[in-house]
Structures are given as structure tokens and as C-alpha cells.
Ligand binder design. Structure first.
Ligand SMILES: Nc1nc2c(c(=O)[nH]1)N[C@H]1C(S)=C(S)[C@@H](COP(=O)(O)O)O[C@H]1N2
Ligand SMILES: [Mo]
Length: 346
């Protein structure tokens, strides 16, 4: 096993992603010269072999232990992101430390550092997801049954938080539609509702007296949004498994909507005829709508939405960039909302 525990990884081995990419290109050339990699012998683990072609792979990510043994095989078969939009963006990837230490996951606390620093007790094995409502195949599925048949792929997406910061993240997962199809929704399934785990023993934010959320965290999509090819279920990032703070073992990623739609650590998917209640809409409906499409023309009542801070900010650059309609995915998704007044349905 080449996978190391975090304590075994020296900081000198943790290379910045851009340096890493260069080294990977070099290794690719060398491997080609050596005709199929005999240069490396057979000792590399599956993640390392496969990671050679991925767009994003961080050495720190490779130190994560697999949630269960069967995950290793799944991650050996990830297809790399293609070279063009919308499944890949040429923008600089947000480095792994920022993606995994600057998080919103209120079940672990309200500070950006809480999800990474207070999630060490969180468990993803065993894990099951309840599928209910307007489907032919409801039931409680364990993770292996749920993920086993899925072909994993890499997608590099922009993530735009409603708080006006953004990242570029190399996810690993599969299109949500591929999962939905397997449950055979009927014609009454007009909306899909998602719920996050609530476990006070391992999620210290849940019983906090500062908690503002009425748990479980809930989100929802219209069925045409949920079955759009860009809607994604992530089970990994940067070439490896999803850390707790990013929504392990499986979370939604809806790249054209504000980040709060991308619900983490899902335990229930319910198909229904009516629009579900959603966490942020319930908390403050004049500030957070059900649709929550990224829209530089519709401002939050307390701040503007036409600019964003692309993380990480540095001492030398505050990294302000313009926010794009539908977060840059308008060509793919604008037609879902034709005829709707987006200032009303924010
Ligand atoms: N269950 C749950 N899911 C959640 C949240 C949360 O607090 N709880 N925060 C959301 C918000 S506001 C954002 S911006 C994204 C952040 O995802 P990331 O930490 O992986 O970048 O997760 C979303 N999903
Ligand atoms: Mo967010």
C-alpha cells in the first residue's frame, strides 16, 4: 500500500498543484518512452496509476484512507475530465488546502474552519440512503449497492457561494441523472428533495446553542434540473475520497446554483409532486430563494452579487472577478428557465 497516513506525509512532499501538474506531464512523457510504464514496476497503487491522467490530484488527498475497501477499486476506474467546458474549466484549480479547510457545513459548526477541525469522529461506513416517494423502486440502499454500478468520472467545476466567494474544484463522481434513472421515477415526480444526516454524536454543530438551522439540512431541485447532465453527485475530489468536511460519503454539486444548493452527506432522496421546503429558503426567504441560480443581476439584499472573490486570496492579490450568469453555465442551463422572471424566482 502506497497510501500514507497524514502524519507520514512530510510537508516537503506536499507540492503545490501547478508544480505537481508539471511533474505529472514529465512523468507522462517518461512513461510513454518506457512503453507502458514498466519504468515504475507494478508497485503503484490503483489511485496513483489512474491519477496520472486526472486534471486534479493532490498528494494530501492520496493520504486519505478509503471509506471501505471496495472504494479503492471504484477509484481505480475514474475517467479523467475532458479538455473542454462545461465538464472542465481551464481556470486555475483552487488548491487542496483551501478546498478542504474553508467550508460551509453547519452541522459541524458555523466557522469556515469548523468542518475540517471538528469532524474527526464522523463515520461514513456503514452508510445508507433512503429513496422514497414517486418512484417504482423505493427502499433503503446501502452505499455499496448505490455506488457500485456507477461509473466514476472527474469534473472540474466552478463553485460560487452566495457569500460571494468561489472556488474551482476537481470533483469525482457521476451525473445525478444516472442514479435517478435506477429508481424509475413516475410522472408525479416533479421535484427531488434531499436530506443530510443528523448525528449529534459526530456532528458537534447540531446541538450547538448557536445553531440556526432546523435539522436536517434540506435541499431540492425541480426534476428537469436534477436530471440535467451538469447536476452531479460527488464522492471524491482531487483524485481521492471526499473528506468529511466536503460532504462524505456523497453530496450534490449543482454548479450553476449558489453553493447552498449543493447539499452534503446525503441520507435521503425523496421524489415528490410539490416543491419541497429547503433550509435557507425557510430561514430567510427574502434572501435565499428555492432556485438560487447564480445571477449577477439579482443582488442579495445585504450585498452585491456581480463580483466574487476567487479563492485563495493572497497578500498580493484580492482575486476579485466578475460573477457570470448561471456561474458560466448559461449555454447549458438557461433554457431550463425560459419564460421565468429570474428576479422573482431568485
Ligand atoms: N448539509 C449541508 N450541506 C451544505 C452546507 C451545510 O451547511 N450543510 N453548506 C452549503 C454551502 S453554503 C456551500 S457554499 C457548500 C460548500 O461546499 P464545500 O465546503 O465542499 O466547498 O456546501 C453546501 N452544502
Ligand atoms: Mo454557500
Amino acid at each position: 500500500m502506497l497510501i500514507k497516513k497524514p502524519s507520514d506525509v512530510k510537508s516537503s512532499e506536499i507540492t503545490p498543484e501547478n508544480v505537481y501538474r508539471k511533474r505529472r506531464e514529465f512523468m507522462k512523457e517518461t512513461a510513454a518512452l518506457a512503453l507502458g510504464g514498466s519504468l515504475f514496476g507494478g508497485a503503484l497503487n490503483a489511485l496513483a496509476q489512474n491519477g496520472d491522467a486526472l486534471k486534479g490530484r493532490a498528494p494530501e488527498a492520496l493520504s486519505l484512507a478509503a471509506p471501505a475497501p471496495w472504494w479503492e477499486q471504484k477509484f481505480a476506474e475514474v475517467s479523467p475530465a475532458p479538455d473542454q467546458e462545461p465538464y472542465f474549466t481551464g481556470e486555475t484549480l483552487t488548491p487542496y488546502p483551501d478546498v478542504t479547510r474553508y467550508n460551509n457545513f453547519y452541522e459541524f459548526g458555523m466557522d469556515k474552519s469548523d468542518p475540517s477541525s471538528r469532524s474527526e469522529a464522523f463515520q461514513t461506513d456503514p452508510w445508507s440512503v433512503e429513496i422514497s416517494g414517486e418512484v417504482a423502486k423505493p427502499g433503503t440502499y446501502n452505499l455499496e449497492d448505490l455506488l457500485g454500478p456507477m461509473q466514476l468520472e472527474e469534473r472540474v467545476y466552478r463553485l460560487r457561494c452566495v457569500e460571494a466567494w468561489s472556488m474551482v474544484i476537481p470533483w469525482i463522481g457521476f451525473p445525478l441523472v444516472d442514479l435517478i434513472k435506477r429508481f424509475e421515477p413516475n410522472s408525479k415526480a416533479k421535484f427531488v428533495e434531499f436530506e443530510t444526516l443528523v448525528d449529534p454524536d459526530t456532528m458537534p454543530g447540531v446541538n450547538s446553542r448557536f445553531a440556526i438551522v432546523d435539522w436536517p439540512y434540506r435541499e431540492g431541485l425541480r426534476i428537469d434540473e436534477a436530471t440535467h447532465p451538469l447536476a452531479f453527485i460527488a464522492v471524491g475530489l482531487y483524485g481521492s475520497y471526499l473528506p468529511a468536511q466536503n460532504g462524505a460519503p456523497m453530496r450534490l454539486v449543482v454548479p450553476w446554483k449558489y453553493g447552498f444548493k449543493s447539499i452534503k452527506s446525503i441520507v435521503r432522496i425523496n421524489f415528490r409532486e410539490t416543491m419541497p421546503n429547503t433550509t435557507w429558503n425557510d430561514l430567510q426567504s427574502n434572501e435565499y430563494g428555492f432556485y438560487a441560480n447564480v445571477n449577477p443581476e439579482v443582488h442579495h439584499p445585504r450585498w452585491r452579487q456581480d463580483m466574487e472573490r476567487r479563492l485563495p486570496q493572497t497578500l498580493f492579490s484580492r482575486q476579485y472577478i466578475e460573477t457570470r450568469q448561471f456561474n458560466g453555465y448559461a449555454d447549458q442551463v438557461a433554457s431550463l428557465y425560459s419564460g421565468m422572471d429570474l428576479a422573482v424566482h431568485y
